[in-house]
Design a protein around this ligand. Sequence first.
Ligand SMILES: [Mg+2]
Length: 427
Amino acid sequence: MIMSKAIIQIDANNFYASCEQMIDPSIKGKGLVILSNNDGCIIARNSEARKMGIPMGKPYFKLKNKLNQLNINVRSSNYELYGDISNRLMQLLRKNCEELEIYSIDEAFATIKRPSNKYLYQWGSELRGLIYQNIGIPISIGIGDTKVQSKIANHIAKKIKKNSGLFDISIIENKDYFLSQIRIDEVWGVGKRMSEWLRIRGIHNAKDLRNMSSMKLREKYGIVGIRIQRELNGEKCIPLQVKQPDRKEICISRSFGYPIDSLAELKKAIAKFVISGSQKLRKYNQSTSMITIFTNTSHYSEGFFKSEAKAKLEIPSDDTITILKPCLELTNKIFKPYKKLIKAGIIMSNLQSKKYQQNILFNIQDVKQEIKRNKLNKIIDSINTKNGRETLNWSSSVLDKEWSPRRNKISTFKTTKIESIPIIFAN
Ligand SMILES: [Mg+2]
C-alpha cells in the first residue's frame, strides 16, 4: 500500500561546484575543484574533475601541476556565496512543499501529499525545473515513506542516470533489487563503526539490514538501530524536525593566512570574531553569558603552544561592545610573545533565548544605554545584511590584509555585495 503522505529528500548536486558554475557560466562543463579555508585542501569537485581522477581531501600544492595540466579550474571556498544560494533554495522549497526540515547547507527533508493517482514524478520534475530556472542549481529528489527510504531513493536517483535526478521508491512493489544496490555505509544513520560491526556479521547492503534479526540489532544498538531497520521497511520512526532547535553555542575560528606574533593583531582577530558572533546571536534572538577565546601555533612547529581563557558575563548579552570588552582583556591572557600563532577563535556558550530572559533591574542610565546600543546594533546589522558583511565595521577589527585567510582564487560576490552586482547596459 502506498501512503498518501510522502517524505521527500532534496539534495543539491555537487553544491559548492554548482554554485561556482552558476555564478561563472564560462566554467560549465569543465573540471572544477574548490579549496578549503586558506586554500589548503580540495574539499569539493564537480563530476568532470571526479572523472579525471582528482581525489578529495588532498593538499592543493601537491596537485597543482596536475590540475594545471588537465586544465581544471580552481576556486577558493566562497561561503558567502554558498550561504546565500542555500537560503534561496530553502525559501523556494518551503513555498513548494508542506513541511520542511533544513538538514544541511544543501539538503532538506519535506513532506507532500500524493495526488489521487499516487504518482509524484510530475510534481518532482516540475520542482527540479523551477529550482534550476530560478537559482541555476541542479537538485536530486528522493521519495519514500520514511526519511531513511527517501535518502536511499535519492542515492538511486543520483546513481542511475535514466532516473534524471528523481526516484520514488514507495511505488516499487518489490524493493529488494534497489535496496541491495545500497551499501551498508550509505544507509542514513549507519556510521562507520556500525557498518564495520554489520559487515562482520554478513550484512553488506540495505536489503540485508532490513532482513536481519531485530534482536541482534537491538542488543547492540538499541532503539537507534531498530529505528533505522523499521524505517527501511516503510514504518515512520524518525519525525521531521520542522523547528530548528536552539543552538547551544556559537564557535567562530579561523586559520591565519600567515602566522602572527603581535598582541595588537591577535586583538584585531578576536574583535572580528566577536563582531560576527554577536551578530549571529542577534539574528537568532539569543544572548550569551560565557565566552571562551583561544589561539595556537602550528602542530608541526617546535614548542607547540596553545592557550585559552574564559570570562563570564554577569548579564547575558548580545551586544557587540559589551562582549568585546572582556574579550579584549582576555586576549592579554592568551597571548605569549615570540609565539607564531596560526589560528584563533571564540566560543560563545550558555546561550539562552532572549524571549525568556530575566529582566534584571538596571538603573535608569543602564536602560538608556541598552536601548541606544540595541538601536545601533540593529542599524549596523541591517546595513551589513543589505550591503555585504563588512560594510560597517568596528575600528578595533580593521585588519591588516596579510593575515586574513588566503583566498587567492575566490570567485566574485555577485549575489551578496552591492558593488559586485553585474551592470547590464540596455540601449
Ligand atoms: Mg549535495
